[in-house]
Ligand binder design. Structure first.
Ligand SMILES: [Cu+2]
Length: 666
């Protein structure tokens, strides 16, 4: 009886998590290959209104996720209005760190949508079990794996075209599965010229090209044990960044992993996974195509990470728990060589990331305690040790001039603890959570050296003596799920202590010509951030879905000044029609004027905007073949607009007509 109750409890728990929306979830069609708790999103790209759109475009449709845009490619994701430094982005639990000091290459730029099975969006401190230094939340990009099934071979061919930018997409995937071996491989290619903003205005330097190759394979050693491996090679070349002063010649990422999995370990322990991984990112910037370059610069960067994690799942009575131990070692190195116009003048060389090394090792724990059918308590905690510092002697000597007391390496202890209580009452789900956690400064914040930020026009210098930033978080969610409609209202509040941000230092003079000054990273006594999201879904006339979303955020520092890059009130509303093989959708999205903005960090009042998109699709199936055709028009009225998150107000795409064709041969 007890067991049955427990089982029902778990089922209710999982189902409610799937259907009610107390978690980030934006697509209608959830692929439940695995139950992901605390926020999940099925990445069923074919079911989307624009199937072969970039991963960035997929991400920006998700609740709580916003994208900071510096060009046509590689947007920077933010969760709960917190970007790279405060969130963790992992690929199947693997840690990867970008190699660009200007944030041109977020982790999400090294994968393709066809690599992924789903994206797990986690909010706040408990957002990502494998996350480190993440207080805002996390994205875990779960890779597509064919899995061990009965013998099957399938082939997918993808192609798409977009008029705006003459954007071409080609991709193919081959999947083989059998009871003891599987492999899925693919190649994906994208190329776009400069895109056009509304009113037919060309956005120079917004072109890009990208090739992605990937293979996942698995081999069953015995009934309960398997080996799995992944190789992804991704290379982007000739990428323009209209909002920045430089472009990218090439950004190469090699991502590899090997893991050992075992299920039914013992009566208590169910699954055990140990994964070893290594990734290498090489980033080369380029200013040779820009007109009027006062001084030519070479700015290569690299980031290499190796690590492992070992995760054990188990169940004792009403407790379902996960214990994970993980360690990684990262090297981040970036340099800059300046070539003066006059050949007689001396070249200048410096490290902008002086061979920063980070060793981080931690243990995390999650316990889900099913009190009874209606009440579930989840507690998560992570404790980690971090040793970081500067390996390069010349880089160390330079930084030491600014920080005489600085040591080569330093140790930090990081921890977080978080509790969430869920109550189910008929169709209503109530969640309340609270937590506290810390994060270490990023390589840029701690050791960056004269990094120019084109947003506020300041050079930035890191500060190795920064204290850890901490956050106290509270969140509340109320969701109602009926067969024909659902509503979810969710709010989160973060109170930061020792908030890390750059502040002007008048005693220093900038290195970049024309810069307004130098900012040095420091700890603000406190800052706060509040987010609220409302999501509704209505099913009507059998085949129509009406989906609405609204979000509002507010961020303030200790002097009640606005924090930078905080979204104003944004909304979207869409009606989708789906009947067997026919699909149609109309979507309206926009934002109100950005009343609260931060002039200190280079922001201005972004005007309100709204745009309209339409799309339609049709499936044709033969014996063993399914053909999916989709077409649509984005920004129908060719509005010229930019959002609060567009770096230096570069405008977004104007009218764009797309056509995609996917052929799936079973
Ligand atoms: Cu770069």
């Amino acid at each position: 009886m007890k067991k049955t109750l427990l089982y029902i409890g778990f089922c209710i728990g999982s189902c409610a998590l799937t259907y009610a929306q107390c978690s980030a979830d934006s697509t209608k069609d959830l692929r439940l290959k695995e139950v992901v708790v605390n926020g999940k999103t099925g990445l069923d790209s074919i079911g989307e209104s624009k199937p072969l759109s970039s991963l960035d475009e997929h991400l920006q449709k998700l609740s709580k996720v916003t994208m900071i845009k510096r060009g046509g490619y590689a947007w920077e994701p933010a969760v709960n209005n917190m970007a790279t430094e405060r969130i963790s982005v992992t690929i199947d639990g693997m840690k990867i760190f970008c190699a660009c000091t200007d944030k041109m290459d977020p982790v999400t730029s090294y994968v393709e949508i066809l690599n992924l099975n789903n994206i797990h969006v986690g909010s706040g401190l408990a957002g990502n079990l494998h996350g480190t230094n993440s207080i805002g939340g996390g994205l875990d990009l779960k890779l597509q794996k064919a899995g061990f099934h009965s013998r099957k071979l399938s082939l997918t061919l993808n192609s798409a075209y977009e008029t705006n930018g003459n954007y071409r997409v080609l991709g193919t995937g081959l999947t083989y599965s059998s009871p003891s071996f599987y492999m899925n491989s693919g190649a994906f290619y994208r190329k776009s010229n400069d895109y056009r903003a509304g009113n037919d205005e060309r956005v120079d330097f917004s072109q890009f090209e990208k090739l992605n190759l990937f293979t996942n394979a698995g081999y069953k050693l015995s009934n309960h044990r398997a080996l799995e491996g992944t190789i992804i090679y991704d290379v982007a070349s000739n990428v323009g960044y209209p909002a920045l002063t430089m472009d990218v010649k090439s950004a190469k990422g090699l991502i590899t992993s090997l893991s050992y999995r075992q299920d039914s370990v013992s009566r208590v322990f169910s699954d055990w996974e140990t994964k070893l991984y290594y990734n290498n990112i090489a980033h080369i910037m380029d200013d040779t195509k820009r007109p009027d370059v006062v001084m030519h610069m070479d700015m290569p960067g690299k980031s290499r990470t190796c690590g492992y994690y070992s995760t054990l799942n188990g169940k004792i009575g009403r407790h379902a728990f996960v214990v994970s131990q993980d360690t990684y070692y990262n090297q981040s190195l970036a340099e800059m060589t300046m070539y003066p116009k006059d050949v007689a003048d001396k070249q200048m060389f410096m490290y902008t990331w002086p061979d920063v090394r980070t060793l981080n090792s931690g243990i995390s724990f999650e316990d889900k305690y099913v009190l009874d059918l209606r009440n579930v308590l989840r507690v998560t905690s992570k404790l980690s040790f971090q040793r970081d510092g500067v390996e390069s002697n010349s880089g160390y000597n330079t930084l030491q001039m600014y920080y005489p007391g600085m040591t080569h390496f330093q140790n930090r202890f990081l921890w977080n603890v978080n509790g969430k209580y869920t109550h189910y009452f008929k169709d209503v789900q109530l969640k309340a959570g609270a937590g506290y956690g810390t994060r270490a400064p990023s390589p840029t914040e701690a050791y960056g050296f004269y990094l120019f930020n084109s947003f506020d026009n300041y050079d930035y210098i890191g500060n190795p003596q920064l204290k850890n930033e901490s956050s106290a978080e509270g969140n509340l969610c109320l969701a109602l799920t009926k067969p024909r409609y659902s509503i979810s209202l969710e709010g989160s509040y973060f109170y930061f202590s020792n908030y890390i941000i750059g502040k002007p230092d008048k005693s220093l003079s900038p290195m970049t010509l024309g810069a307004s000054g130098v900012k040095v990273y420091g700890n603000l006594p406190h800052a706060k951030l509040f987010n609220v999201n409302l999501d509704t879904k209505v099913l009507f006339l059998r085949y129509f879905h009406w989906v609405n979303r609204a979000a509002f955020s507010l961020g303030e520092d200790n002097k009640q000044n606005a924090l930078p890059l905080i979204a104003p009130f944004t909304y979207s509303s869409s009606v989708e029609y789906l009947r067997k093989k026919v699909f149609g959708a109309i979507e309206w999205q926009g934002a109100i004027k950005q009343y609260k903005y931060s002039p200190e960090y280079g922001e201005d009042e972004t005007p309100a905007y709204s745009i309209l998109n339409v799309s339609a699709g049709y499936d044709i199936s033969f014996k063993h073949t399914v053909v999916n055709i989709k077409t649509g028009v984005e920004n129908i009225f060719d509005r010229r607009y930019s959002t609060y998150a567009d770096w230096n107000n570069i405008p977004r795409k104007g009218r764009n007509v797309f056509l995609s064709l996917t052929i799936h041969v079973l």
